[in-house]
Design a protein around this ligand. Structure first.
Ligand code: COA
Length: 168
């Protein structure tokens, strides 16, 4: 009789633009990594309607630098649909962070679209920690561009990268 290896490994994909990664994202990543065997943090090659400050490669590099050495976390890029990437990676879950109720409409729409495209995948939401409720990548870029202090919202490496990118 052949041996059947049944994989019980739970893989989740946390996708986003990460322009750049913030303490808010990293908090979700750290907490999710404790729940799932494998967490893939994924950055699409095409930025949608967003015009990012950082190149795709730079966003991946900043993410990698922050999660390096943490077991069970991978950083990946993908082309095309998130649901196709998730399936190809063996993931059953799409993870999203929720900050305020204002996120809900957009997240609800995306989750339903993803479900219509791939009924076998489930979207799971994690609520942000209150101290990161108002943090977003675009607001951080705006504060930094106006000379404000962003040290409490992003890791030091990211802060330095934002200042350098804005100076260019
Ligand atoms: N802490 C801090 N900020 C957070 C956060 C958290 N926990 N959670 C979300 N945000 C912020 C992000 O920084 C970002 O801020 P910004 O708009 O000011 O830059 C915003 O919330 C939402 O961005 P993000 O979580 O990166 O999602 P997104 O809307 O940029 O990305 C994708 C959405 C990448 C998941 C989606 O476009 C996608 O799946 N693309 C692939 C193509 C596809 O399948 N499309 C169909 C989707 S239905």
């Amino acid at each position: 009789m052949g041996t059947h290896i049944i994989s019980l490994m739970l893989t989740a994909v946390y996708a986003g633009t990460f322009d750049p990664v913030t303490h808010g994202h990293l908090d979700i990543i750290r907490r999710a990594a404790q729940l799932y065997d494998r967490l893939i943090v994924a950055v699409p090659r095409a930025g949608g309607s967003k015009q990012p400050l950082f190149s795709h490669a730079a966003r991946l590099e900043l993410l990698r630098a922050e999660v390096t050495g943490q077991s069970g976390i991978e950083v990946a890029d993908f082309e095309g649909l998130l649901v196709d990437f998730a399936r190809a990676s063996g993931a059953r879950l799409l993870l999203r962070g929720l900050r305020a109720s204002s996120d809900f409409e957009y997240e609800f729409q995306m989750a339903l679209m993803n479900r219509a495209l791939a009924p076998d995948l489930e979207t799971v939401f994690m609520i942000t920690r209150p101290e990161y409720m108002f943090v977003s990548s675009s607001l951080i870029r705006e504060v930094a561009a106006a000379g404000g202090d962003i040290a409490q919202f992003v890791p030091e490496r990211v802060r330095t990268a934002i200042i350098a990118a804005l100076a260019r």
